[in-house]
Design a protein. Structure first.
Length: 232
């Protein structure tokens, strides 16, 4: 089968090579041995979104490798498995409106945009947000709205959301974000110190917030207002 002709780590120059590498990524890194992403819609979205368009050109040949990659400004695009895992656990539905804090490259927003009605995403580093917005427009992800700013206070005008995803680490989920989650809504966030976190899935049930640790992870820390009053 054609996929076998794309050995791991080879230089990918042709568009078809990228498509083949993407399918290998899904088979090996998401569904393969020791991996557990099973939602067919999520697997399909991961097979379609061109991750190489969201990584800096010098790193494109590694776009479908099993790792996070630097995107500039000390930030990273998450490992494909982590993106797929978080997306699946958010239980995205076609009618959903989702908020992302930490646009970064725009890749996670692009994956979500295939699965839900609208994605709202906020990025605090202006050049990153502008670049992601341009890439998302260029590639036709028209149901994503990008805002430059501190995501700590969410996006009140567009609230409430069916799901919220934080892609930078915090010690506790900012209260305004919990307030912008619908009843029955899902929120995923890496919680913990800067060196090591646990991915938590929170579900809002009336006044109650159910909370479950689902995966050990390492994300860059959230900056901005969340740091006020935090220990150095
Ligand atoms: N989801 C991204 C990965 C982002 S890395 C992707 O798919 O590429 C985390 C991002 O969160 C970084 O770009 C960082 O600048 C951003 N960030 C950190 N603190 C933030 C804040 N308070 N508000 C919005 N974005 C923030």
């Amino acid at each position: 089968m054609a996929l076998a002709s794309v050995p791991h780590g080879c230089v990918l120059a042709q568009p078809d090579d990228y498509a083949a590498a993407r399918i290998r990524m899904v088979q090996l890194q998401l569904e393969g041995a020791g991996r557990d992403v099973r939602d067919p819609r999520v697997l399909q979205a991961m097979a379609e979104v061109p991750r190489h368009e969201f990584v800096p050109p010098p790193l494109r040949e590694y776009a479908y490798s099993d790792s996070a990659l630097p995107i500039g400004f000390g930030q990273t695009i998450s490992q494909p498995y982590v993106v797929a895992f978080m997306t699946e656990r958010l239980e995205p539905k076609p009618s959903d409106r989702v908020l992302e804090i930490g646009t970064g490259s725009g890749y996670q927003a692009a994956v979500l945009s295939k699965l839900v009605a609208e994605v709202y995403t906020i990025e605090i580093v202006e050049p990153l947000g502008r670049r992601a917005e341009a890439d998302l427009r260029r590639l036709g992800f028209d149901n994503v709205r990008v805002r430059i700013g501190d995501g700590y206070r969410g996006w009140p005008e567009a609230a409430p959301f069916d799901a919220i995803i934080l892609t930078s680490a915090v010690s506790e989920v900012p209260q305004p974000l919990i307030g912008q989650l619908k009843d029955g809504g899902r929120l995923i966030a890496p919680l913990g110190p800067s060196s090591y976190q646990e991915l938590y899935l929170l579900k809002k049930r009336g006044e109650k917030l159910e909370r479950q640790a689902i995966l050990p992870v390492r994300f860059v820390p959230m900056t901005g207002e969340v740091l006020k009053g935090a220990p150095p």
